[in-house]
Write a protein that binds this ligand. Structure first.
Ligand code: FES
Ligand SMILES: [Fe+2]
Length: 392
């Protein structure tokens, strides 16, 4: 039965593309999502890039060639020769420069600066400033198991490339609270656009239906929850609270600390970051999960977790990875089913309170883009602390 939207004050037609003004909600979901520039994004896990091979990847629809120089330092260039567009990843790399396979132009792997154009005669070489030619390059850093790339605002059309734009925000990090800890990461492609990937990540109501397992929780354990949220720059925080008593980490953590002393905090920040921190006395567990737009239609979820728990348990990293992998696989499978349904551009809705974080995400994104467009202050969707209630 189709409900009339006007009868449902606490539901909203899901405005998944923010290309229309906020006051004019789209009546249907569009297959692509707007992408946010001006942020660091995870491009690839560090261990997928070796010194010997140029690696191709896609980030926000930009095709990149990622590699390591002689000393192992990472670089990222646009995978397209500025001469006639051949992928630079098809060229030769000597550990410092990439030589295009079409006409042999050479580029510094870090700056993208052109260093040689073999077709020039001595006289022509006097007239053309080869060093003013650049292949597009990106500021690139390796941290917490990943190669991160800063994706700046796109330059004006036809402007060509110069040096890489400097990052306008610090590199995101997995929070850590002691000198010694262990880490693990997990990567999974999602068959949906960034917006569905992100609201899937912050959705509290799917847990009992999607993430059932005997060692995790049972569907019957569904109960009413109440969580406090507060605004943080570019996002919101689920304030420190005792973790859900029906979750496995909570049960495990009780082996380390008194139940009441265990707290968890979850932050969401634009463009795509979820940071969870669980603390139990001197023990802690934290994770930084990102949903990265690969193209407008596809995204990838990357989880990096660090912890100082279970150091005495030899298989702890494997166990944790297993739990995470299981979780992510369940989400992945769900999103594949969702992608099937979304092919036909159905009407969608967001309901209170379980989907309120999703509404905030869309508002944050719209307001961020609006502030960029007008040069004004970004309006925050949360005026102050808010309590949300749902059953999960
Ligand atoms: S296309 Fe690369 S050198 Fe001509
Ligand atoms: Fe999930």
């Amino acid at each position: 039965m189709m409900a009339d939207m006007a009868d449902l004050p606490s539901t909203e037609v899901l405005q998944i593309s923010s290309s229309a003004p906020a006051s004019e909600p789209l009546q249907q979901q569009t297959p692509d999502a707007l992408l946010l520039h001006g942020f660091w994004y995870r491009a690839l896990p560090s261990d997928r890039v070796s010194r010997h091979k140029l690696q191709k990847t896609l980030l926000l629809g930009i095709s990149l060639v990622v590699g390591r120089d002689k000393s192992g330092r990472v670089f990222a260039l646009r995978d397209s020769c500025p001469h006639r567009g051949i992928p630079l990843s098809d060229g030769q790399f000597d550990g410092a420069q990439i030589e295009c396979c079409y006409h042999g132009w050479k580029f510094d792997c870090h700056s993208g600066q052109c260093t040689a154009i073999p077709s020039l005669t001595a006289e022509q070489a006097q007239k053309i400033r080869v060093d003013r030619i650049y292949a597009g390059s990106f500021v690139c850093e390796e941290h917490d198991e990943f190669i991160w790339v800063f994706v700046p605002e796109p330059g004006p059309a036809g402007a060509g490339f110069t040096r890489a734009a400097a990052p306008t925000e610090p590199l995101p990090r997995v929070p850590t609270f002691s000198g010694k800890f262990k880490s693990a990461y997990l990567v999974a492609d999602l068959a949906c656009n960034i917006d569905h990937g992100i609201i899937g990540l912050m959705d509290p109501a799917h847990g009992p239906f999607v993430h059932q397992a005997w060692w995790w929780r049972q569907r019957a354990s569904i109960h009413e929850k109440q969580k406090n949220f507060e605004p943080i720059p570019n996002g919101f925080r689920m304030a420190a609270h005792t973790p859900s008593s029906n979750s496995a980490p909570y049960k495990l953590l009780q082996m380390y600390a008194e139940a009441k002393s265990i707290t968890t905090t979850i932050d969401f920040e634009l463009p795509n970051r979820r940071v969870e921190t669980i603390r139990a006395g001197k023990y802690w567990f934290s994770s930084l999960t990102t949903v990265t737009p690969i193209t407008r239609e596809r995204c990838r979820i990357d989880v990096v977790a660090s912890w100082n728990l279970f150091r005495w348990l030899p298989f702890a990293p494997e166990m944790l990875k297993f739990v995470f992998a299981k979780f992510v696989a369940q989400d992945q499978e769900t999103m594949e089913m969702q992608a099937e349904g979304l092919k036909h551009n159905p009407h969608l809705m967001l309901i209170d309170d379980a989907d309120r974080p999703a509404k905030w995400y869309f508002q944050l994104k719209n307001n961020y883009l609006e502030a960029k467009r007008t040069g004004g202050e970004m309006k925050h969707p949360l005026a102050g602390p808010v309590t949300l209630r749902w059953r999960s």
